[in-house]
Design a binder for this molecule. Sequence first.
Ligand code: SF4
Length: 478
Amino acid sequence: MKASSAPLPSRPQPLHEVVDFSAITPELIAKYDRPGPRYTSYPTAPQFTPQFQEADYREALRRAAKKTAEPLSLYVHIPFCEARCTYCGCNVVISPRRGPEEAYLEAVECELQLVAQLLGSRRQLAQMHWGGGTPTYLTPTQCERLFSAITKHFVLLPNAEIAVEVDPCVTSLDHLKVLRELGFNRLSMGLQDLQPQVQQAVRRVQSLELTKSQVEAARRLGFTSVNLDLMYGLPYQTPESFAHTADTVVRQLSPDRLAVFSYAHVPWIKPHQKALEVMPLPKGYGKFAIFAAAAQVFLAAGYRFIGMDHFAKPEDELSRALDSGTLHRNFMGYTVFPASDLIGVGLTSIGDVGGAYVQNEKNLARYQRTVKGGNLAVERGLWRTPEDELRGAVIRRLICTFALPFSWVRERFGVDPKSYFARELAELQPFLEDGLLTVDDQGITVQPQGRFFIRNICMPFDTYLRGEKGKVIYSRTV
Ligand code: SF4
């Protein structure tokens, strides 16, 4: 198998926003309602292994260092939150009282220095993202300190995408001003749902007025893009209530992008989620109907359906990348930046560096001790094989363009997809019979309603799901 660097051909045909929701029946949802990954990586995080150690990460960084002219992406994880939302699936450190972030910032500074040394002269950033947790748990002054620690080692390109996740409940106008002055141009805000009963159930009470004032402030300050995160599948949501939330969001907040995530109920990984089990949790078709109700509001308002869980205004870069076949996907979700290496810094952060995935330590004390001692705090990772690269590229291509041209597979990897993926194509037969995709001599084309099942359509290409492990670790599709 060979991998060529031939450019991606543009999508074989334009995607239309014509989705026949009535064709997505309860039977169809029940048929494909099974646990599956969101494919922000392939292989996915549960396949990472502790056999991948610090020496591996150092080697991965040295390999990445050789591409001196290529810009990087940088993800920085700030794990702290004042209180835990019951639906939370993130890696967080709950600390109602400020204090632990000072020692953490010192540790992050040490890690930045270590990583930068190993990257040699490769220091340009095309993309930076601060996520969490809650990045604005840091004070504005601490945000400045972190930013200058980064720019001490890395250079942000003039057109770099610089994004930050903010929780309106702990974010002040000063935060927004400082972040904008530092150069942040994209803001992502959690919202989830506007219904008071839902907000109380998930212990995240956030008024429309508060969110609106911050969205308006962000616009006034010159942030070029505001993203809002919603979530479906939470207690007490109904199609009507969530459509009302969606309608209010569109009319009053008008975000450039929307992420509408499926609530992942994984109490065996996140025990605090058990608290939600005493409340009515939408499942199966009922859960899908909640998503569909909001999706119809967004489509009617002119938003484009970008993929698994994103919507964007037609003029947004994500929409343009969807049309030109240049959309990408990484640990930060959909992106227009194809940076070949993503450096993850901070507790639990995940990187994609030099042909390997790397995840940092999850224990705060161990993370801080390790990096302050001059070592990289690797917890686990994985070197990708050529087979992983091929399958990862196929899955990304399907998720980002809803099509898989066979010529693209042949040119890029030197294999005949019809014979190489004979088993996978056979496993896709039910999707053909249900009208969710078509397969011909040119390749695979996902039909509009098939886009809601894109995870399922990718899963036959994921060889790791053929083991027992893959059957129990993921959230359900809808
Ligand atoms: S604010 Fe976000 S990261 Fe923090 S607990 Fe809530 S959902 Fe989790």
